[in-house]
Design a binder for this molecule. Structure first.
Ligand SMILES: NC(=O)c1ccc[n+]([C@@H]2O[C@H](COP(=O)([O-])OP(=O)(O)OC[C@H]3O[C@@H](n4cnc5c(N)ncnc54)[C@H](OP(=O)(O)O)[C@@H]3O)[C@@H](O)[C@H]2O)c1
Length: 337
């Protein structure tokens, strides 16, 4: 039997996405293992991690050559004997590398795939999974955010930041956002932030202190790290929680332990990817709550642009270069919208 072929972005050596990504037309369609599904990709969403994957600096280093793409929505077209999902089911999923989402077909472990309803288009679904699951786990399970508390969200116009603003408001928090530039600040306010600060221009520590009567923020959502993390320690409230989400700024810093002790605040690590191994039933609850909030019109992925397959490397470069606000969605199949 001849192997079906597909169009897919491939990376054969590590480097900048625009240099190392090649769009091939004759890639073999992968076969799912017993606990996997093959998905016909309708839409894929880009993540900061796609840039790092191409460069070989991400926490996952798939064997070369591989197809990047960490977030998809589409239809299951083949399923392994233990996958528990039937062909024809629509899902949003985190693909199993090396068969990522920037291709006509991707593989996903069934534990990383979530059934989606007919009224949720592929473009919205693909852009929701990682930002909203990360935000939900971070704010609720890890951050114990309470109604009436103040939440500070850094990079509030970014993929994960824009979701955290919306989830924070839905949870009844008062939300302060930071972002780079006037347009991104305006976007944060449109997403529901009560206060938004241009942290490339203004001192957010002073802004947060002023907005909280000197108390500081109870929960800080930090996908940036580096200097932004350093300064967050200066405006975290007594008994506050700083959520360590990522290091988009490139730098991993350290905190003095005596400061944590005397000021009674916590540094809380958040890694969404680990939950599907350990607590899939919990993620099913999270998924349901996210779908309910979407149906109620209280959350929606902020989509920066929908771009065709051919424009992927430039789109990843734009994301890594801070030129995007919200998610970039790649329209892969006909069901892309
Ligand atoms: N822990 C988890 O489970 C988890 C899950 C998903 C993502 N993440 C991490 O969260 C971070 C954000 O991911 P994302 O996909 O949502 O990206 P993104 O927020 O859409 O883009 C990153 C944003 O970070 C800000 N930024 C600040 N300094 C930057 C710098 N030196 N270079 C580039 N960007 C900088 C930029 O916003 P401004 O221009 O407004 O500053 C930029 O738009 C990444 O580190 C990612 O690995 C973690």
């Amino acid at each position: 039997m001849s192997v079906q072929r597909m169009r897919a972005w491939r990376v054969a050596t590590h480097g900048a996405p625009e240099k190392v990504m090649v769009l091939e037309d004759d890639v073999p369609v992968p076969e799912p293992a017993a606990d996997q599904v093959r998905i016909r990709v309708g839409a894929a969403a880009l993540n900061f991690g796609d840039d790092l994957l191409c460069r070989g600096t991400y926490q996952l280093r798939p064997e070369l050559p591989f197809t990047p793409g960490l977030e998809v929505a589409g239809e299951v077209v083949a399923a392994g004997s233990e996958a528990g999902l039937s062909p024809g089911t629509r899902v949003m999923a985190v693909p199993a590398l090396p068969w990522g989402g920037l291709a006509e077909y991707a593989l996903a472990d069934a534990r990383n795939a979530y059934v989606i309803p007919p009224d949720l288009p592929d473009t919205d679904a693909a852009a929701m999974l990682i930002p909203f699951q990360t935000g939900h786990i971070a704010l609720h399970r890890r951050g114990q955010l309470q109604p009436g508390e103040t939440l500070l969200v850094h990079a509030g116009a970014g993929g994960v930041g824009s979701a955290a603003i919306q989830l924070g408001k839905a949870a009844g928090a008062r939300v302060i956002a930071t972002a780079g530039g006037a347009e991104k600040v305006a976007l944060c306010l449109r997403l529901g932030a009560d206060v938004a600060i241009d942290y490339r221009k203004d001192d957010f520590v002073a802004g947060v202190r002023e907005a909280t009567g000197g108390e500081g923020a109870d929960v800080i959502y930090d996908p940036v790290g580096g200097d932004v993390f350093e300064r967050s320690r200066k405006c975290v409230a007594w008994q506050g929680r700083i959520l360590i989400i990522g290091f988009a700024g490139g730098e991993m810093t350290q905190a003095p332990m005596n400061q944590l002790l005397f000021r009674n605040y916590s540094l809380v690590g958040v890694y969404m990817g680990e939950y599907s191994h350990r607590e899939r039933p919990f993620l099913d609850e999270v998924h349901q709550e996210i779908l309910d909030l979407y149906r109620e019109g209280r959350i929606k992925a902020l989509i920066h642009a929908r771009v065709p397959m051919t424009d992927v490397p430039a789109a990843i470069a734009g994301l890594a270069g801070r030129a995007t606000a919200g998610k970039v969605v790649i329209q892969v199949g006909e069901a892309g919208d």
